[in-house]
Design a protein around this ligand. Structure first.
Ligand SMILES: Nc1ncnc2c1ncn2[C@@H]1O[C@H](COP(=O)(O)OP(=O)(O)OP(=O)(O)O)[C@@H](O)[C@H]1O
Ligand SMILES: [Mg+2]
Length: 222
């Protein structure tokens, strides 16, 4: 899917200047993009905006013909469930459920059931990510393990768009390399748009385009 942004300005009541200010941005379908910039530069805010997680009423942000700024919060949630696989910076896993159950949860919400084929794909994704403890409750997992569960959950439903906030931040070099390769392989197979934020130069170099943010603005890209 193509992303069109025209005048995206996110403000918060406590601050005089917008925390994000992007006059124009176009990301064509199936592009692989890294968002870079120092801590506090607006990476997560940008990813949340393009995922429809924040109210955009005064802005314009389209994925193909869907203008997220015109949708209610409920409609944005529904749209996101259908189109975006999202990996949040702090994972948002559900405690009390196993790793496998967490991967299946969004599918279950959407369809009210999780058929055997879907379970098999979940197990397969976790295996591909070198994750062994599928029956462990998420609260006992390490951060790197939680990160992999959240990535498997994002990939499960074959979304058109994958948005990942620092997907390798908690991983060692070996697992980071493996996750990067897997993400690329899966998005290329499926023709997905991939947008990640990262501080990891190695990961950023594997993307087709890098956008550098500072103080909520695009400084440059390459
Ligand atoms: N709801 C909010 N209220 C007030 N300030 C906010 C809010 N959300 C974000 N900010 C501020 O906006 C700026 C950008 O935050 P953001 O989380 O997007 O940065 P980031 O680039 O993702 O940083 P990091 O690399 O640390 O994850 C920060 O200064 C943050 O404190
Ligand atoms: Mg962030």
């Amino acid at each position: 899917m193509n992303l069109f942004i025209d005048q995206l300005h996110i403000t918060v009541p406590t601050l005089y200047t917008p925390i994000l200010s992007i006059p124009k941005l176009f990301i064509p379908s199936a592009q692989q993009v890294a968002i870079l910039g120092p801590s506090g530069s607006g990476k997560t805010t940008l990813l949340n905006a393009i995922s429809g997680l924040i109210d955009l009423s005064a802005n314009q942000l389209l994925w193909d013909n869907t203008d997220l700024s015109q949708l209610s919060a409920n409609k944005r949630d529904q749209w996101r469930f259908e189109h975006i696989g999202i990996v949040m910076q702090d994972f948002h896993l559900t405690q009390g459920l196993t790793a496998l159950e967490n991967v299946l949860l969004p599918y279950y919400f959407l369809h009210g059931t999780s058929p055997r084929g879907v379970k098999q794909r979940a197990v397969e994704l976790l295996k591909q990510m070198n994750f062994q403890r599928i029956e462990s409750k998420t609260e006992v997992l390490s951060r790197g393990e939680m990160q992999r569960v959240s990535i498997a959950r994002a990939l499960l439903t074959h979304p058109n768009i994958i948005i990942a906030d620092e997907p390798t931040a908690s991983l060692d070099a070996e697992n980071s390399e493996m996750i990067t390769a897997l993400l690329k392989e899966l998005v290329e197979q499926a023709g997905c748009t991939l947008i990640i934020s990262t501080h990891d130069q190695h990961l950023a170099q594997q993307m087709q385009r890098r956008i550098y943010l500072q103080n909520g603005q695009i400084q440059y890209e390459n």
